[in-house]
Design a protein around this ligand. Structure first.
Ligand code: GLC
Length: 665
């Protein structure tokens, strides 16, 4: 049962496809402008998609406001996505209340604060900054059913081409065609598979969208087709900011047609991003969005079949206006004796310059026939950039799947593209945090997701990259990406571990028949590919486990997240059978009884645990995503105690490139 309530004058977000009628009567939980829900001790709160901390969101305050924050850690409250959906799940212990779980979606494009047991341990307090929003309360008998109802409300998830389940290498800093060729060559030489190579901002001419730097990428088109013949796709980045430069077509057209965001005086708003002074296309304006989306044609015509949309929170280094104010203010400090107060004021002038809230309050959109100040519709920007591209692909290459994922997002965007979880760092804690995001993202409709494998910022270590590979091989997006200036992170940089990496990537290919099936079924059935254990098992220990997940109905995974560990303690909520991927072989491992067991998992090895009565298709050992053949599989079964019925599995497969009928309706 879904109940919909309206407060104030909400701005339409297009998150919900089919709105139920407005509920009658008073809104439960609403008091003094806040939504307040009491929690019992063991209740769990799930959701919020891409955000910091755990699967159980209790104990912290989160702010839904798409934020460019590469330095994120536990004290941060916002990441690149803003996903306003939570599930309050009552404790499942004996004697606990028998209340059913409840889903809550706060539909609004501006800032929302979710205080989930932060100010008061036993209370959820949700506050919408604008005061205007639509509230959806979803009541079903289980968390899975809540997710299904919610996902039906928000519409079907994006489907990438099947080849996007391959392995990709990226790095900010590949400066030329030769750099990209070299990376591919070195992967091949080391006997390591590679299916995609990502072109970061340097392929562009002075960071201008839809242009090519012909000095360093003189043969871009040849590069794309040559690598494609070698089964490697080139995936370029597209940034939100458009460089101000007379004669640059995108800039000229944007100005001529009023396609850029305006300041309070109706002038095109000037911000600084990679190329220096830029304008933001008004992605919320239908015409501008369509225009910008159709620009991707330039690259499609060069043989490109996939894109990543970046800096679309939108990230702002500075606004021209604020920058000049800062320079003026700095003058006041010249030669001054800086005491504690004035020093921090001085420092703040520079520190607060990027992604400044005043800048977000200084420009405007034309959205659905009205003018809106940016901060009120902030979370829609990345969504609509990606939507524009996706809608253009439907016109330009009808019926063909194009790989598309974005950094910023809000619910609704899941219909148009996937996401990567933004700029993380080579921290063991980020590996675990990214793992925990997977079920939360699935709840919100984001199925094609993954983190920067190995970590974007900071210097990776060999063992971290191996462990991260052993996690990313399960996520639909499997991309190794790192930042300029950090330690080189391509797998071939660690020759002593080549065998381990090779084993892990080929394990990925062996599992693609299963992972792709589970992904497509999750799209079709509005279900989750990754679930917390508590969505299936009703025991208190399972409810608290956050470093193990279920994939589909068949398997549990429990990777290693600690440095220097050669295995880990795993909780088995029921008896399970291990399948191990080691030395390029598939090994039928031990049976583990219900309870805790220490499982040996050396570097370069990965394992899955099959549930009783289930079976899993495992493919052959191949060296590229294009070689994966879902017809050539071996079924690994675990009948389980007392099971007489043979295990069955619904294998989904298709041509991987055309839009499948009946999956997205
Ligand atoms: C942003 C992106 C990152 C990219 C960099 C340069 O930080 O999040 O992935 O490498 O910009 O384009």
């Amino acid at each position: 049962m879904i109940k919909r309530y309206i407060f104030g004058n909400p701005i339409e977000t297009d998150a919900i496809l089919c709105k139920p009628a407005i509920a009658e009567g008073n809104t439960p939980f609403f008091k003094d402008g806040h939504i307040r829900i009491s929690l019992s001790d063991k209740d769990i709160v799930y959701g919020l998609g891409e955000n910091v901390r755990g699967i159980n969101k209790r104990g912290f305050r989160y702010v839904s406001f798409c934020s460019d924050d590469p330095q994120h850690n536990e004290e941060k409250s916002s990441l690149y996505g803003a996903h306003n959906f939570i599930i309050v799940s009552p404790a499942k212990t004996e004697g606990a209340s028998t209340n059913d779980p409840m889903g809550i979606f706060v539909d609004t494009p501006g800032k929302v604060t979710f205080d989930i047991g932060f100010s008061d341990l036993n209370q959820i307090d949700i506050q919408v900054e604008s005061g205007s929003f639509e509230l959806y309360l979803i009541y079903e008998a289980s968390e899975k059913e809540i997710v299904r109802s919610f996902r039906k409300l928000i519409g079907p998830s994006y489907i990438p081409p099947k080849w996007a389940f391959g392995y990709g290498q990226s790095r900010w800093g590949y400066a030329s065609s030769e750099d990209l060729r070299n990376v591919v060559r070195k992967y091949r030489k080391a006997g390591l598979p590679l299916d995609m190579i990502y072109a970061d901002i340097d392929y562009m001419d002075h960071y201008k969208d839809f242009t090519i730097n012909r000095e360093s990428y003189p043969d871009f088109e040849e590069l794309v087709s040559e690598l494609k013949n070698d089964h490697v796709r080139v995936i370029p980045i597209i940034d939100a900011g458009v460089k101000i430069e007379s004669g640059y077509e995108v800039y000229e057209e944007g100005v001529a047609n009023n396609y850029f965001c305006k300041d309070e005086n109706g002038e095109d708003f000037v911000v600084g991003v990679w190329p220096g002074n830029c304008h933001f296309p008004d992605m919320l304006n239908d015409k501008a969005r369509e225009w910008f989306g159709l620009k991707y044609k330039t690259l499609l015509d060069m043989g490109i079949e996939g894109f990543w949309n970046d800096m679309n929170e939108p990230a702002i280094f500075y606004s021209k206006k604020h920058l000049s104010e800062v320079f003026e203010d700095l003058e006041n400090y010249k030669g001054a004796n800086l005491d504690i107060q004035s020093f921090f004021e001085f420092k703040g002038l520079i520190f607060d310059i990027d992604n400044n809230m005043n800048d977000y309050r200084s420009f405007y959109h034309e959205y659905k026939g009205q003018r809106y100040r940016h901060d009120l519709v902030h979370n829609l920007y990345g969504f609509n950039m990606t939507r524009g591209a996706s809608e253009a692909f439907e016109k330009l290459v009808p019926g063909k799947r194009i790989l598309l994922f974005s950094r910023a997002s809000c619910i609704g965007m899941h219909r148009y593209g996937g996401i990567w979880t933004g700029d993380n760092a080579s921290f063991w804690s980020h590996l675990l945090m990214n793992f925990k995001m997977m079920p939360s993202l699935n709840m919100c409709g984001f199925l094609y997701c993954g983190a920067d494998m190995g970590g974007f910022g900071s210097n990776v270590t060999e063992d971290l990259l191996l462990r991260w590979t052993a996690v990313s091989l399960y996520t639909p997006l499997m991309r190794n990406h790192s930042a300029l200036g950090t330690r080189d992170q391509e797998m071939y940089r660690f020759p002593d571990s080549a065998a381990g990496f090779r084993n892990l990537i080929t394990a990925r290919y062996r599992l693609v028949p299963y992972l792709y099936s589970e992904f497509m079924k999750a799209v079709r059935d509005s279900s989750m590919m990754f679930s917390p254990l508590a969505f299936v098992y009703e025991d208190q220990i399972a409810a608290e486990i956050e470093d193990q997940l279920l994939i589909g109905d068949e398997i549990m995974i429990a990777p290693v997240f600690e440095q220097n560990a050669s295995g880990r303690v795993i909780y088995f909520p029921e008896e399970m059978k291990e399948i191990r991927f080691e030395d390029m072989k598939v090994i039928e491992g031990q049976l583990y009884e219900k309870g805790y067991h220490y499982v040996d998992i050396p570097l370069g090895v990965t394992n899955i645990f099959i549930r009783p009565g289930k079976c899993v298709p495992v493919g052959e050992c191949v060296f590229g995503i294009d070689e994966v053949d879902s017809a050539k599989i071996t079924m690994y079964k675990f009948p389980g105690n007392g099971e007489s019925k043979p295990a069955e599995y619904e294998l989904y497969d298709d041509d991987g490139i055309s839009l499948p009928a009946g999956v997205r309706s």
